[in-house]
Every structure is written in structure tokens, then in C-alpha cells.
Design a protein around this ligand. Structure first.
Ligand code: GDP
Length: 191
């Protein structure tokens, strides 16, 4: 049974004033659109359809909060599409995303990356978003689409690229690969 099988949708947030009280602990989940973020949330909570709210048209710019357990929250960030930003320009994050980072309860960031794409420029931007004390863990998603040898090589390459900035693992919502491992990481951060 999942650690988080009591997970439930809490609220959608459109502006900093709507953020829930900054108490307890929370983890943000982010990823490029179509990376498999909703599927990962559903797999980790063993609640098919829980993250579907993030797909409702017009809600894509919202933060969707889920309560995993009392005082433990997951925040689903809008999928990013990556407008090309010149390397010399600092990306201006929307005020809501800035406000999220400032929260004392934000323990870390779970980044969902399609294992076949690897860590890209937009993912790198996101790694830079997190404050130094916030942990980062990367789920290399859809690992079922890779052979065992490819998956091993992909994990090594991602770990090398991430260096000390983030930990990483292989993940497949379809096959259940790495779900337990991801749950353990979240539980450790939120506990
Ligand atoms: P999101 O936009 O990041 O929330 O991505 P979704 O979770 O909606 O998934 C995007 C697409 O990838 C969908 O067609 C999913 O069925 C597919 N997908 C997600 N996770 C997996 C997985 O573990 N394995 C495979 N093969 N496909 C997946």
C-alpha cells in the first residue's frame, strides 16, 4: 500500500494571496509539458485521476495543491513549454512561482524529465529556480520505453549532468518502476 494513499486534492491557486498557510511541509512537482508529471503524481499517490485537474483547460497556469497526509502537501506546477530565453537573460518567473519558492514549508522540488530526452535547457532553468536549501530529485520518466542498457546509460548521463545539484532515478508510471523509491524520497523530505 502506498504511503500516500490518503492523498486528496486540496485547492488550485492562481495568485500568491491564495496560497495555503505556510505551515507543515510541501514538495513542488514540475516538468516539461507531456513529460509524464500527472502520471507520476497518480502513480505515487496510487490515485488514478488525482492529478487530472491540472489538465482542465484554463487551469494550466494554476498551482494545484494535493494533501498527501496531514501537514504534508504536493504542489503541481504548470507544465513548462520553454520559450527560448537567451543565456544572458535571467528568466523572470511569474510572481506566483516566485512566492512559492519563498515559502518556509517548501522542502524540495521533484522534476519529471522524459528519460528519452534527458536533462534539457528548460530543466536546467528549473534547477536554478530552487533555493539552495531546497532539495531536488529528478524522475527520469517513461523508462519502460528504454532497454535496460539504455536506461542504465541514461541514468548515468543524467547523474553526471546534474552533479551535486540533484539526485535522480529511473521511473515508469506505466510499469511501476521506481515508484517506491520516489515515495521514499518524498517521505524523507516531508517527514
Ligand atoms: P504531463 O503533461 O507531464 O502531466 O504528462 P502526462 O502524465 O499526461 O503524460 C503524457 C503522455 O505520456 C501520456 O500520453 C501518457 O500516457 C504518457 N506516459 C506517462 N507516463 C508514462 C510511462 O511511464 N510510460 C509510458 N510509456 N508512457 C507514459
Amino acid at each position: 500500500m502506498s504511503r500516500f494513499s490518503q492523498a486528496q486534492f486540496l485547492l488550485s491557486v492562481a495568485s500568491p494571496a491564495q496560497l495555503p498557510a505556510d505551515v507543515g511541509a510541501e514538495v513542488a512537482v514540475a516538468g516539461r509539458s507531456n513529460a509524464g508529471k500527472s502520471s507520476a503524481i497518480n502513480a505515487i499517490t496510487h490515485r488514478g485521476g488525482l492529478a487530472r485537474t491540472s489538465k482542465t483547460p484554463g487551469r494550466t497556469q494554476l498551482l494545484n495543491y494535493f494533501e498527501l497526509a496531514p501537514g504534508q502537501r504536493l504542489v503541481d506546477l504548470p507544465g513548462y513549454g520553454y520559450a527560448a530565453v537567451h543565456a544572458s537573460q535571467r528568466r523572470a518567473w511569474p510572481p506566483l512561482i516566485e512566492a512559492l519558492r519563498e515559502r518556509a514549508s517548501l522542502r524540495g522540488l521533484l522534476v519529471v524529465i522524459d528519460a528519452r530526452r534527458g536533462v534539457g535547457a528548460g530543466d536546467e532553468e528549473l534547477l536554478g529556480w530552487a533555493a539552495p536549501h531546497q532539495r531536488i530529485h529528478v524522475l527520469l520518466s517513461k523508462a519502460d520505453k528504454l532497454s535496460r542498457a539504455e536506461a542504465t546509460a541514461t541514468l548515468r548521463q543524467a547523474q553526471a549532468q546534474l552533479g551535486g545539484r540533484a539526485s535522480a532515478q529511473l521511473f515508469s508510471a506505466l510499469k511501476g518502476t521506481g515508484v517506491r523509491e520516489a515515495e521514499e524520497v518524498l517521505a524523507a523530505w516531508l517527514g
